[in-house]
Design a protein around this ligand. Structure first.
Ligand code: BG6
Ligand code: MG
Length: 216
């Protein structure tokens, strides 16, 4: 078995920014929405939104606005952002899988590990279908199955419990600070995807899933 996978019985992947570059589309859609509200929005601010659910992200953006918003106005803004996001992802296909994503999933399968997906996105199943990889997961936890988003551990704990594996035997894979925090709070090992200077809580960090099967 691959040395990275040896200590584990399950691997639980995040979706946006790990398996496919939808993190970019979330960024673009939030940026446009923020600017309609006169809120400055850049990559550095976006880093705090990665892994955070839709309404939580909106609250963080509107916190920089002097305006007060009613619940109805907030729901309308969240819908507007999602309409733009759905438009941006509407042409996605298997060619939008990030390099190494399918190989990483197949390596887990070949090693006999359970494979989970933990995404707070309400669009997760649609994205998996467009990528053609829904069948590669033993269990998918999306926004509909949890009460608390990342960094709460609920989503990774739910995935582990549905997979029938103890959290200590799970490797979680995440590109977001909030996601890594969720994995660690669940008592799992965290593999970060991205920059080690950003994902400081991760046990190890690789630039992308094309490095997944390298010996840690
Ligand atoms: C996460 C993304 O996976 O899903 C966040 O990292 C996003 O950026 C969140 O806000 C919620 O997504 P959606 O599709 O439900 O708006
Ligand atoms: Mg992510």
């Amino acid at each position: 078995m691959n040395a990275r996978l040896k200590p584990y019985k399950a691997v639980i992947f995040d979706l946006d920014g790990v398996i496919t570059d939808t993190a970019r589309y979330h960024y673009l859609a939030w940026k446009r929405l923020a600017e309609t509200q006169g809120v400055h929005f850049d990559e550095a601010f976006n880093e705090h939104l990665k892994g955070i659910d839709r309404m939580g992200s909106l609250e963080l953006i509107l916190a920089s606005s002097p305006r007060a918003y009613t619940v109805e106005q907030k729901l309308a803004l969240a819908d507007e952002k999602n309409r733009h996001y759905v438009e941006l992802i509407s042409t996605m296909s298997p060619s939008d899988l990030l390099p190494g994503a399918v190989q990483a999933l197949d390596a887990c399968r070949a090693a006999g590990l359970k494979i989970g997906l933990a995404s707070v996105s309400k669009n997760a199943f649609a994205v998996l279908d467009m990528l053609g990889i829904t069948g590669k997961f033993d269990y998918v936890v999306d926004a509909a199955k949890i009460a608390k988003g990342k960094p709460d551990p609920e989503i990774f704990l739910k995935a582990a419990s549905e997979l029938g594996v103890s959290p200590a035997d799970c490797l979680g894979v995440e590109d977001a600070v909030a996601g890594v925090a969720s994995i660690k709070a669940a008592g799992m090992t965290a593999l970060g995807i991205g920059d080690p200077a950003v994902l400081t809580q991760a046990d190890s960090v690789i630039p992308g899933l094309d490095h997944f099967t390298e010996t840690p």
